[in-house]
Design a protein around this ligand. Structure first.
Ligand code: TC6
Ligand code: NDP
Length: 278
């Protein structure tokens, strides 16, 4: 099912923030099928535990509740993961989110909540994983960002924070190269997980509305992000660090100003069958 070879990550250990839902869950699922042990971490302990139970049928997974905005919780997450599995190979900073609002009515508290979640949370996770393990042992980090390349109207807070993570990725790739740590990012386009649809799909019907504006004429699926994350973690990406891969099939490049793409179905989704519940 994974395009990567079976047992590729046997003996490896990963932490995936937000690993209990949506894209993070797809990443966790694929890592597990490749033999990796995975710690999933996010705020909602009940939902996380339920996800760990379901994913436990695929492989060795542990849930540890953690709010990535809280320094002491991040420190505890890394040390508990190390206690449980004795090592750490991969960190996937996928946990994040935002709300829709024009800047003029964005409160400072709301701005801070989004910047702390997406930028400061990623910084804390990277720093702690490095200080507690990667510095002495090497490792690989993938940060999930977003399609903010042309600004992010209605989500300016997340646009600013995610672009900052791209720059953080570049800085860390250089600072930590001599310790054998690779750091990359993945920037998904519009990816329709059930959670994302619940967050944005109903209110503004975003995922349905955008389809005709995408070169694919369809939204992405979580498996299409997961496969790229797993590749970046793998030895196949051993000469890639400090980069951000856009997983959007060109949507960040497309405007209808000079070129119009008519409706088509020539770029179908790469989706696991049977599809895991995401
Ligand atoms: C479109 C497709 C592209 C993207 C897809 C995805 O990313 S899919 C994945 C997407 N998944 C997600 O995005 C899920 C994760 N997202 C979240 O958990 C939240 O959006 C969070 C990041 C703000 C964290 O919030 P939290 O739990 O830490 O904090 P809190 O709830 O206490 O809020 C703090 C303050 O923020 C403000 N404020 C908050 N909401 C709204 C709003 N709707 N309206 C206006 N303002 C809002 C408000 O000021 C509030 O304070 P108040 O006025 O209440 O005293
Ligand atoms: N779907 C899409 O189209 C796109 C998604 N993205 C990004 O990809 C990532 C995954 O999104 P997706 O799977 O679609 O949606 P989800 O809502 O399923 O994923 C967000 C995850 O982040 C966790 N999370 C949020 N805040 C925190 C926090 N403070 N500490 C720890 N965990 C947290 C949530 O769990 P909990 O609530 O339990 O904390 C949840 O599992 C997010 O960063 C999202 O913004 C980027 C571009 C497009």
């Amino acid at each position: 099912m994974s395009v990567l070879r079976p047992n590729l990550f046997r003996g490896s250990v990963a932490i995936v923030t937000g690993g209990g839902s949506g894209i993070g869950r797809a990443i966790t699922y694929e890592l597990l099928t490749l033999g990796c042990k995975v710690v999933i971490a996010s705020r909602n302990a009940e939902r996380l535990e339920k996800a760990a139970k379901e994913l436990g049928e695929v492989g060795d997974v542990t849930s540890i509740p953690c709010n990535i905005r809280k320094e002491e919780e991040v420190q505890a997450l890394i040390s508990q993961a190390l206690e449980k599995y004795g090592k750490l190979d991969f960190l996937v900073n996928n946990g994040g989110g935002q709300f829709m609002s024009p800047v003029e009515s964005m409160s400072l508290k709301g701005w801070n909540a989004v910047v702390e979640t997406n930028l400061t949370g990623t910084f804390l996770m990277c720093r702690e994983a490095y200080n507690q393990w990667f510095k002495a042992n090497g490792g690989s980090i993938v940060n999930i960002v977003a399609d903010m390349w042309r600004g992010f109207p209605m989500m300016a807070h997340t646009g600013a924070a995610r672009h900052a993570v791209v720059n953080l990725t570049q800085s860390l790739a250089i600072e930590w190269a001599e310790d054998g740590v690779r750091v990359n990012s993945v920037a998904p386009g519009m990816v329709e997980s059930s959670t994302a649809a619940a967050n944005y799909g109903k209110e503004a019907n975003v995922f349905d509305v955008v389809k005709e504006y995408l070169p694919t004429k369809r939204t992405g699926v979580p498996d299409e992000v997961s496969s790229v994350v797993c590749f970046l973690l793998s030895p196949g990406a051993s000469f890639i660090s400090g980069t951000t891969i856009k997983v959007d099939c060109g949507s960040s490049l497309y405007t209808r100003l000079m070129w119009n793409i008519d409706n088509h179905d020539k770029l179908p989704a790469y989706q696991w069958i049977p599809k895991p519940k995401l």
